[in-house]
Design a protein around this ligand. Structure first.
Ligand SMILES: [Fe+2]
Length: 250
């Protein structure tokens, strides 16, 4: 039995009892049993995102549960669901940074769309430059290529600096995934060590409408951070242009 079949069985087992909702898939190429399984994880994705919106889940719980779900989603099914080959021709791979296009997952009939999704593409040696996030969550699945993936906890926000604690530092290949929120693993930095490299990003912003902004990104000069006691880093806030100049291409 292939690893894919095993993962499929585990996924279906995990979703037993969940009411399947008919989905509107981009393409009918998916065979019957696989199509049903795609419907299952798509429905579960909508459910988890709706629960975060409704504050039935904390951002941290959303990270844990969505990562647990997508760890079990076979990569070929995710690629088919977003029809990645249809998207690639429209995705420019810039020389000095990451490129991105919208990559909507198929709608689930009867459920509002409460999240966005994008396909990111990077030529080898280019990077998603180091940045933190405010008022949003996102999860990232590596689809192809290889990344040097680094995350940091945001320990303190200062006027000109962020105090960070390194939390993830690993090689990330197809199928590997990670996520950010205001509460956990807030800052990330992805360098495409084997390209072209692609990630699928699932995003919810405007988590707290009272903040008055949909989302914010805080770019940091993390490679030149000042080491503090206890393994902490004090990284200077920088503008996007400087972040691209320093980190976009290595
Ligand atoms: Fe990000």
């Amino acid at each position: 039995m292939s690893q894919g079949a095993t993962r499929r069985e585990v996924l279906l087992q995990a979703l037993t009892g969940y009411a399947l909702v008919r989905t509107l898939l981009w393409q009918d190429a998916l065979a019957g049993p696989v199509r049903q399984e795609v419907q299952a994880w798509l429905s579960k994705t909508h459910e988890l995102c709706a629960e975060l919106r409704e504050k039935k889940l904390t951002p941290r719980e959303w990270q844990q549960q969505l990562e647990a779900l997508y760890t079990r989603v076979p990569l070929p099914e995710l690629l088919a669901a977003i029809d990645v080959e249809r998207l690639k021709p429209g995705l420019e791979l810039p020389d000095d940074r990451a490129g991105a296009v919208l990559a909507p997952l198929p709608r689930v009939e009867g459920l509002p769309r409460v999240f966005g999704s994008k396909l990111f593409g990077l030529a080898q040696g280019r990077a998603v430059v180091p940045h933190g996030h405010q008022n949003m969550v996102s999860m990232h699945v590596v689809l192809a290529g290889e990344f040097h993936l680094r995350h940091f906890e945001r320990v303190e926000s200062q006027p000109r600096h962020l105090v960070l604690r390194p939390s993830i530092d690993r090689v990330s290949g197809p199928g590997d995934l990670s996520s950010i929120s205001d509460q956990h693993d807030n800052v990330h930095w992805l360098v495409a060590t084997k390209g072209p490299a692609y990630t699928f990003d699932l995003i919810l912003d405007r988590l707290d409408p009272a903040l008055g902004f949909a989302w914010k990104l805080d770019y940091v000069d993390v490679a030149r951070a000042e080491p503090l006691a206890g393994g902490l880093l004090r990284a200077r806030r920088i503008e996007f242009d400087e972040a691209v100049r320093r980190y976009g291409k290595t």
